[in-house]
Design a protein around this ligand. Structure first.
Ligand SMILES: [Zn+2]
Length: 307
């Protein structure tokens, strides 16, 4: 396989990797908080800043590896699979109907493809874990938001409009917390890092990060543990619904929050067992991502030409 670039756009940074044969041969990380850029600028200014940051990040990799043939980007938001246009992004307010692939490809003079970040992570998990094409895989990424991706018959499945597996916006709490998508009670509001902080803050009035709450829970803080229990139950609830629609063999949980999986697993297992159709219990293989954060980069790079 020729050299390709894969970009994983996260909540607080973006990671650019040069990929060859599923291996990342060069990688760098750039601090970039696109959500605060969007909140503190007009949509037009935010958009040009984001393009500038992405362009600079790509240039750093391209000066080292000029021979890169294509660039793939995993970006948070609803992306039309036919046009590659980002329709909107719940966590990046103001960014509407923008063509990131076109903007970047004009600047770097290479083909650029933009896909949903969780979809590329799903594809990366599928490739890196060498999963047979006969097995379907669902990826659920618990980060700043909650994303999901589906791989079936060896192909990443974006859906007709790019909304397939938008699991973060499955409603788990009717009339619950207001979500960036405009609805109330979405999974993302409970099972993401920000959701965990909100659950904890509602009870304690303290503003802590999900990571700080995890540290407290590990030391036996019951209120901190409860925030993770809420996240785990919401995740299992949503997953049980999804499995009734897309009956797959494997589920991979990734994203920063999954590092605290030991805090979530008991409540998750109990809830999933309760909510699954009894005959399906014990038949779905749920695991935490073991690809050390490489799935997003590798999946984005490999989706540039395949599928
Ligand atoms: Zn939502």
């Amino acid at each position: 396989m020729s050299l390709r670039i894969g970009v994983d756009v996260g909540g607080t940074n973006l990671r650019v990797g040069v990929v060859q044969d599923l291996q990342i041969v060069y990688e760098h990380r750039v601090q970039a908080d696109f959500a605060s850029i969007c909140r503190s600028n007009s949509p037009d200014v935010a958009w040009s800043k984001i393009v500038e940051v992405m362009h600079d990040a790509l240039t750093q990799a391209l000066v080292r590896h000029e021979e890169v043939s294509a660039i793939g980007i995993g970006f948070p938001g609803f992306i039309d699979p036919k046009t590659g246009i980002l329709a909107s992004s719940p966590n990046l307010p103001g960014l509407l109907n923008v063509d990131l692939a076109k903007a970047l490809s004009e600047r770097v003079q290479k083909p650029v493809r933009v896909e949903n970040d969780a979809l590329v992570a799903a594809y990366g998990e599928y490739l890196l874990n060498k999963i047979p094409a006969s097995q379907g895989l669902i990826y659920m990424g618990l980060g700043t938001g909650v994303g999901g991706g589906l791989v079936q018959n060896g192909k990443a499945v974006p859906g007709e409009h790019g909304f397939a597996m938008e699991v973060g916006h499955i409603i788990v709490q009717p009339r619950g917390r207001l979500c960036g998508c405009g609805n109330y009670g979405c999974l993302e509001q409970y099972a993401s890092a920000t959701g965990i902080s909100k659950s904890h803050q509602e009870v304690t009035q303290q503003q802590l990060s999900a990571h700080e709450i995890a540290e407290r829970a590990k030391q036996g803080d019951i209120l901190a543990q409860e925030a993770y229990d809420i996240a785990a139950k919401a995740l299992a609830q949503a997953l049980a619904h999804i499995l009734k629609v897309v009956d797959v063999e494997r589920v991979v949980i990734g994203g920063g929050v999954s590092q605290a999986w030991s805090l979530m697993q008991p409540a998750f297992d109990a809830q999933l067992n309760t909510d699954l159709i009894p005959v399906l219990r014990g038949k779905v293989h749920v695991a935490i991502s073991s690809t050390q954060d490489q799935a997003g980069i590798v999946g984005a790079a490999c989706l540039t030409t395949i599928n």
